[in-house]
Design a protein around this ligand. Structure first.
Ligand SMILES: Cc1cc2nc3c(=O)[nH]c(=O)nc-3n(C[C@H](O)[C@H](O)[C@H](O)COP(=O)(O)OP(=O)(O)OC[C@H]3O[C@@H](n4cnc5c(N)ncnc54)[C@H](O)[C@@H]3O)c2cc1C
Length: 437
């Protein structure tokens, strides 16, 4: 006999946790199945340890921190964020937690260990794992990923990073700040490809200025491990490192049994969902990174909130379109809201853009953080804001105001006519908008 629940959630990352707690707190009988650790990639191997490492890398020199002390401090931060209850306070939220690697027997019937659970609704929120490019020799060279880099026994003197996206850039710069020689290999012609081209160029210059080597259009022919060294050969030459970090994309983690049941996935293998979050299997929903949409904690939570409501009320309304900002936590930081200039010009007529450099503003001068700029983009006669792209100190925070303005269809003039406190970084956005008002 199977144990009956209202809802079974597989995976306890940002998406799964939100849905399970929403229904558990409303008195539904909820089971969560997790196979490795509570809190998902963000807490254990992603956002939290990476942001802690970045923070500590800036203090390491003046506090004289050794690598083992940094590892211990990162773990303390993770514990602080997760709280000390090994079951994540689930019982208090009315959730039964099952540890194990579940297998779908039928869409609403799941085996975990020697127990069988069934429910009217099942949510798959199993996230992603690091992808490994099919580069000859790479898999055998014991590459590091975000799952192993934060607990390495030693800091490498020479670190190769494969992939010039947010994860590679953030971690590459952090290790450079800790004293490692860092080379980032990017196959495409620029790093931070999702960013406005000018932002990407500014970030390249800033990273190079702090000593990170960046090789774009890099084709890695093979990787070899020779004892304590990793040898990377590209068409431009051979480089020797102590460690190689792979940060070149993510692949979905699909629970066992779903393929056999005919689960529909997209061409990259992510779970296909309808606008309201349903998969093609009856009663089975999916949320978060495993659906291959925007891979951010805040987006997983947003999507989960709406899917949780649908499961709760038996509805299936489209998850509302919304603007999703993001940040790259390099120095300078990057903040992204809305369309890049290239995207805006492809979509609208009468696009205008303005750039204001941080060095023009007193807050950036007084704090000696004058690098970078903001670019704001408007469309048509209305002057409606459609994009804002920051590459400067505090960009990850500044982007929040830009997101609010774009989401609520404000014109550049609306922002320009709003008084901002002096001297603050927030004035950068206001005065950039004033150029288009
Ligand atoms: C290095 C790094 C830095 C990042 N930094 C940021 C950042 O600064 N800001 C940001 O917004 N996002 C960041 N992200 C992305 C963020 O971590 C993800 O978007 C977020 O974790 C997605 O949440 P999720 O719930 O969809 O999946 P996950 O967090 O991946 O959770 C999935 C859970 O499912 C479990 N699971 C998997 N398969 C099974 C199975 N078969 N059975 C049972 N359980 C299973 C896993 O163990 C995991 O606990 C970062 C990611 C990385 C890798």
């Amino acid at each position: 006999m199977s144990e009956q629940f209202d809802l079974i959630v597989i995976g306890n990352g940002s998406a799964g946790d939100g849905i399970a707690r929403t229904l558990g707190r409303q008195g539904k009988r909820v089971a969560v199945i997790e196979r490795s650790h509570l809190g998902g990639e963000c807490l254990n191997d992603g956002c939290v340890p990476s942001k802690a490492l970045i923070h500590l890398s800036k203090r390491a020199a003046c506090e004289g921190l050794r690598w083992d002390e940094i590892v211990a401090r990162i773990q303390a931060v993770q514990l602080n964020v997760s709280g000390s209850d090994p079951n994540g306070g689930m019982a208090a939220d009315g959730i039964e937690l099952f540890w194990g690697d579940p297998e779908f027997v039928a869409p609403a019937l799941i085996r975990v260990g020697d127990r069988e659970l069934s429910a009217r609704d099942v949510v798959v929120a199993t996230g992603t794992e690091p992808g490994l490019p099919p580069t000859p020799g790479l898999a055998d060279a014991s590459p590091r990923t975000n799952r192993t880099i934060f607990t390495m026994p030693e800091r490498p003197d020479r670190l190769a990073v494969i992939g010039g996206g947010p994860i590679g850039l953030e971690l590459g710069q952090a290790f450079r700040q800790l004293g490692s020689e860092v080379t980032i290999f990017e196959a495409l012609d620029r790093i931070a490809l999702t960013e406005d081209a000018e932002v990407s160029l500014e970030l390249t210059k800033a990273l190079e200025l702090c000593g990170v080597r960046i090789e774009t259009k890099a084709t890695i022919e093979c990787v070899t491990r020779d004892g304590g060294h990793v040898i990377i050969s590209t068409e431009r030459g051979t480089h020797v490192f102590d460690e190689v970090l792979v940060a070149a994309g993510r692949r979905p983690q699909i629970p066992r049994g779903l393929e056999k049941l005919g689960l529909k996935v997209d061409r990259r293998g992510f779970i296909d969902i309808s606008a309201c979050g349903r998969t093609n299997l009856p009663g089975v929903w999916a949320a978060g990174d495993v659906t291959g949409k925007l891979q951010f904690t805040h987006y997983a939570s947003y999507q989960a909130h709406h899917i949780g409501e649908h499961v709760m009320h038996g509805t299936c309304k489209p998850v509302p379109e919304t603007l999703v900002p993001w940040a790259i936590f390099t120095d300078p930081e990057v903040g992204h809201a809305g369309l890049t200039e290239e995207e805006a010009r492809a979509r609208f007529c009468g696009v205008r853009s303005a750039v204001l450099r941080a060095e023009e503003l007193d807050w950036f001068r007084t704090t000696e953080q004058t690098g970078g700029f903001v670019k704001v983009i408007t469309e048509g006669d209305t002057g409606r804001l459609v994009g804002a792209h920051f590459v400067c100190a505090q960009a990850s925070t500044l982007v929040g105001e830009a997101c609010l303005a774009i989401q609520h269809q404000m014109a550049a003039g609306d922002v320009a006519s709003t008084v901002h406190a002096y001297p603050t970084a927030s004035e950068l956005f206001r005065w950039a908008c004033a150029q288009l008002a």
